[in-house]
Design a protein around this ligand. Structure first.
Ligand code: DSN
Length: 425
């Protein structure tokens, strides 16, 4: 019905306005640039392409092929990798493709545990379980939010997992892969790194460089610290032709038919923009996370890992057990238009009533916020979760802060010379 269509559009408009007025701090989200957005609503959306550029099963792909080849070229350059596939349509889809290429049902896979910050695709009820794999978990150093290096070395040699998977959804610090390289080699494990959360930090040269540290295959979504569209990517280096062929077959026809060509074009545009602005953006994201962590900590809030400077990424984990718990605090913050998520912390047993919150600075940074704004964000959070001020009152001050930060930065934009290019597309 026409009324239904209009009603749906109105809900999306209301959501969009709400987010414009809010401080979005979910660590897995971001904003795409105006040019990337234009790709998302282009005719590419309405088309199909199956296979690889130049070897398609459909006609009509002349320009799609050019764009995909450019996307692959840019990705190979940014990630200094020989092999890239941009056909997985999300991070989890990329993960399933990697699992199909590297393992068979019944094989053993080493992963971090959910309570250590792992992603659900590595859980028995996620992609790992779907592939019929047998997960074993790394010994964890909860104080430092990382692998216990010595114990992990012994664990790898003992367990000899077919695949060793690294990467987290609460990804505070680089994983010490170099430090366990000897054990990985002795175990004969394929080394896979889910970089979804930190892809932009890696691309900007501000986190670790997994492919130079012993990782063979990276999978990721492309819309977290890498500020692209909702899509997926597989990146590999030093893998033989056989593994490359398996990855390609897994990507198509294994886990995709067509690969969301509009998102692929938006990813290509984001890569081109990232080449110009990425390093600066990635650096600022981390500076902002550290500044926010310090400000919250100075106000008496239990930010994890103060002895390590809180974080080396975009993410902060904070314990709000003494302020009513993660679920209640996340709801109160939402009422004040500060959007976060409740999160399990080490020792928690319930994902529904965990003791923590996860905060990310990548989206506020994308809007141009810096250290001064992070200090103000910390005060707003403090007022809601510690002082228990009415969220309605705090919401007004959230907008006071946010109203000057509503335009996407670190991209080709209005007012810059590059905007002329954007205007012509
Ligand atoms: N659910 C996402 C996150 O928040 O980390 C990852 O897929």
């Amino acid at each position: 019905m026409k009324e239904d269509a209009i009603w749906i559009k109105d809900q999306v408009k209301a959501h969009t306005k709400w987010f414009e007025e809010s401080l979005p701090m979910i660590a897995s989200e971001n904003l795409i640039s105006p040019l990337a957005k234009e790709m998302m609503i282009s005719d590419f959306h309405d088309r199909y392409a199956e296979g690889l550029p130049g070897k398609r099963y459909y006609q009509g792909n002349i320009y799609v092929d050019k764009v995909e080849l450019k996307c692959l070229e840019l990705a190979r350059k940014i990630f200094k990798a020989k092999f890239v596939d941009v056909r997985p349509t999300s991070g989890t889809v990329a993960n399933i493709a990697v699992l199909f290429a590297l393992a068979k049902p019944g094989d053993k896979i080493a992963t971090p545990e959910l309570a250590s910050g792992a992603h659900i695709s590595t859980a028995p009820f996620g992609a790992v379980g779907l592939r019929g794999l047998n997960p074993v978990h790394y010994p964890w150093d909860y104080k430092n939010w990382n692998l216990d290096v010595d114990a992990t070395r012994k664990f790898l040699v003992r367990e000899k997992p077919k695949v060793a998977q690294f990467g987290l959804s609460v990804f505070l610090f680089p994983t010490p892969i170099k430090e366990i390289q000897d054990a990985l080699q002795e175990a004969g494990s394929a080394v896979w790194y889910d970089a979804a959360h930190v892809l932009g930090l890696i691309a900007g040269g501000k986190f670790q460089d997994p492919l130079r540290e012993g990782v063979q295959i990276i999978s990721a979504s492309t819309h977290k610290t890498f500020p692209g569209p909702n899509h997926g990517i597989i990146i590999a280096d030093k893998v033989d032709d056989d593994v490359q062929a398996k990855l390609q077959k897994a990507a198509f026809p294994g886990v995709t038919s067509s690969h969301h060509l509009h998102a692929m074009a938006a990813l290509a545009v984001t890569m081109a923009e990232f080449e110009i602005y990425g390093k600066q953006y990635a650096g600022q994201v981390i500076k902002n996370a550290k500044a926010l962590g310090s400000a919250l900590y100075e106000m008496g809030i239990d930010v994890m890992c103060p002895h390590l400077g809180f974080t080396e990424s975009h993410t902060l984990a904070i314990s709000v057990a003494k302020h009513g718990g993660g679920a209640q605090c996340a709801l109160d913050l939402e009422k004040a238009n500060i959007i976060t998520n409740k999160n399990m912390l080490p020792g928690d047993t319930s994902s529904v009533k965990p003791s923590g919150l996860r905060l990310g600075t990548q989206e506020l940074t994308r809007l141009g916020m810096e250290k001064g704004e992070m200090e103000e964000v910390a005060r707003l959070i403090y007022r809601v979760i510690v002082k228990k001020e009415s969220p309605e009152t705090v919401k007004k001050d959230v907008w006071e802060l946010k109203k000057d930060f509503t335009k996407v930065q670190y991209c080709l934009n209005e007012g810059t010379e590059a905007y002329k290019f954007y205007d012509l597309v």
